[in-house]
Design a protein around this ligand. Structure first.
Ligand code: FE2
Length: 207
């Protein structure tokens, strides 16, 4: 009987989703929680995808001087560079500079984010600073939406590559990194606990 050998399977036109963990995040998160709450007290939020009791800070997180904000801001370009290098291992990252922005989201009871993307950038990420402790309903969950229309073909096979959408509740201290064009939304927070996340966008510009 003949046999065969797979030479290569190339994940063409994929949507790379990277889940990473910030080491020793408890100390950082403590700072980020108090800095976020203080920022919220000082400033009226922006109106973007946020609905209900959802505060979206202005975009200026990357230039703020608070220790937690500045610590995470320094990591964002490194994380984006690593993500881009995984997608294209031959990428010479030193030939690029970057432009980035970041902000804080505080969703209290009833707060959510409608479907959106961050598509004028290349890479986006969300860092989870505080999640409701109890997994109540869909509180704290993000849903990532497949914008291709061929997913019904693979519905029998299953798996995430061709799923219509993927829902997850990332743990505190973890960060999701994805292409900025990926559609997503955040479920309403049904709990009495705050959900705090920090989101960012970055574009690479050839020097
Ligand atoms: Fe978003």
């Amino acid at each position: 009987m003949s046999s065969f050998k797979v030479k290569k399977t190339d994940p063409l036109f994929s949507t790379p989703l990277c889940l990473l963990e910030i080491e020793n995040s408890a100390v950082l998160n403590k700072k980020l929680i108090s800095e976020s709450r203080a920022w919220r007290k000082q400033q009226k939020g922006a109106n973007v995808s946020n609905q209900g009791d959802s505060w979206h800070s202005p975009d200026g997180l990357m230039t703020r001087s608070e220790p937690g904000f500045s610590e995470i801001s320094k990591m964002i370009p490194q994380i984006a560079a690593q993500y881009a290098s995984q997608i294209n291992p031959r990428l010479e990252i030193k030939n690029f500079r970057f432009e980035a922005n970041a902000w804080v989201n505080i969703n209290r009871k009833g707060g959510f984010n409608t479907t959106h993307h961050h598509g004028s950038y290349h890479v986006s990420g969300v860092y989870y600073v505080k999640q409701p402790e109890k997994a109540t309903g869909q509180s704290g969950m993000i849903e990532l939406i497949n914008s291709r229309f061929d997913h019904h073909i693979f519905s029998q096979i299953g798996g995430n590559a061709f799923a219509p959408s993927v829902k997850m509740r990332p743990a505190v201290g973890s960060m999701l990194v994805f292409p900025s064009t990926l559609l997503h939304f955040v479920f309403p927070n049904e709990t009495d606990e705050e959900r705090i996340s920090l989101a960012w966008n970055l574009r690479f510009i050839r020097k």
